[in-house]
Design a protein around this ligand. Structure first.
Ligand SMILES: Nc1ncnc2c1ncn2[C@@H]1O[C@H](COP(=O)(O)OP(=O)(O)OP(=O)(O)O)[C@@H](O)[C@H]1O
Ligand SMILES: [Mg+2]
Length: 304
């Protein structure tokens, strides 16, 4: 991409943020449709670098089927320690399907079949001997819509540590709850109302409560599926700051429809398209000089 195209890419990406409809432009739609078809039909090898220097999770040749329909095709990707990887791509391209593979949440969908080799620190997470409850503590998940349990703020955070026997007495449990709420940036707002229902918090506070609940069980990886899409810009900015802080201790994979968010919070970005991982590289490169035409079409707002 030339310098002027790069500037155009950034401008268009910013414009896209303002106009989230991302409708394909008429003059380019034919070319985009052709690219789209070629990827649907061809064997595909991901552009860029799928490996991470210090991988916490490795995914190799991952395919996912919902009944007869294939949703992911031969995806290879590492999730690196102390790093945020953003997963982007058009609706229905398989982002949620992919992150659900990382903590076996697809097990909860009857028709879903996952193949391939997925490891957490070298251990095969799909092995019969895997304790799935423990796996989901080690690979925690924060959803699009904040989903606190219908319990008090304290109990929301204390639930996991109790389940996993992480505290041997009440003082230790109190300590875990306070530390988790502090790290999630919610302690000051919540400390005087710990016995009140979690559902009584604002949306942004509820999402931070869900993050506190996730980190209370000492995860190694945090998965986030559009964690800010139900939040206002101020609550979103708080969560983004938090993601930045959390990446000092955890490996994070975040699905987002906002390219600006991907650019702000991640070090690596992975672009999915029709169930294929088209390209993964340093975030800066994906947004300024992507290696694949489809990635460029998407980040410049020509397709989405
Ligand atoms: N539970 C399910 N049963 C059947 N098909 C599913 C199921 N969940 C997802 N799919 C299909 O798998 C494909 C990938 O869906 P997925 O939800 O992973 O996409 P996504 O990239 O997360 O999209 P969005 O940006 O809209 O959230 C889509 O074709 C979708 O219809
Ligand atoms: Mg999704």
């Amino acid at each position: 991409m030339s310098g002027s195209q790069t500037a155009e890419a950034v401008d268009l990406a910013e414009e896209e943020q303002l106009d989230n409809s991302r409708a394909p432009r008429m003059d380019q739609s034919q070319a985009v449709a052709e690219d789209f078809q070629s990827v649907a039909q061809e064997e595909y090898e991901t552009h860029g670098t799928v490996t991470a220097e210090d991988p916490v999770m490795t995914v190799r040749d991952c395919n996912v089927f919902y009944g007869d329909a294939q949703a992911l095709f031969d995806v290879n990707l590492d999730i690196g320690r102390n790093q945020v990887v953003a997963l982007i791509g058009p609706s229905g391209c398989g982002k949620s399907t992919f992150i659900r593979c990382l903590n076996r949440m697809n097990d909860t969908i009857d028709t879903a079949v996952v193949t391939g080799d997925i490891r957490l620190y070298g251990e095969d997470i799909n092995s019969k001997s895997t304790d799935v409850v423990l796996l989901r503590a080690r690979v925690g998940m924060v959803f699009q819509k904040p989903n606190p349990f219908p319990k008090s703020i304290f109990e929301n955070v204390a639930y996991g540590p109790r389940l996993h026997g992480l505290a041997s007495n009440r003082a230790e449990l109190d300590e875990i709850v306070e530390t988790s709420l502090r790290r999630a940036g919610l302690w000051e707002e919540a400390k005087d109302r710990l016995d009140q229902p979690g559902t009584g918090l604002s949306g942004g506070q509820q999402q931070r409560l869900c993050i506190a609940r996730t980190i209370a069980v000492n995860p190694e990886v945090i998965l986030m599926d559009e964690p800010c899409s139900a939040l206002d810009p101020i609550a979103t900015a708080r969560i983004e700051d938090l993601i930045d802080e959390l990446s000092e201790n955890y490996a994070i994979a975040i699905v987002t429809h906002s390219m600006q968010q991907a650019a702000r919070v991640s070090q690596r970005t992975a672009y999915f398209h029709l169930g294929k991982l088209i390209e993964v590289d340093e975030t800066n490169r994906i947004f300024t000089n992507p290696g694949h035409k489809l990635t460029e079409d998407y980040v410049t707002g020509r397709f989405g």
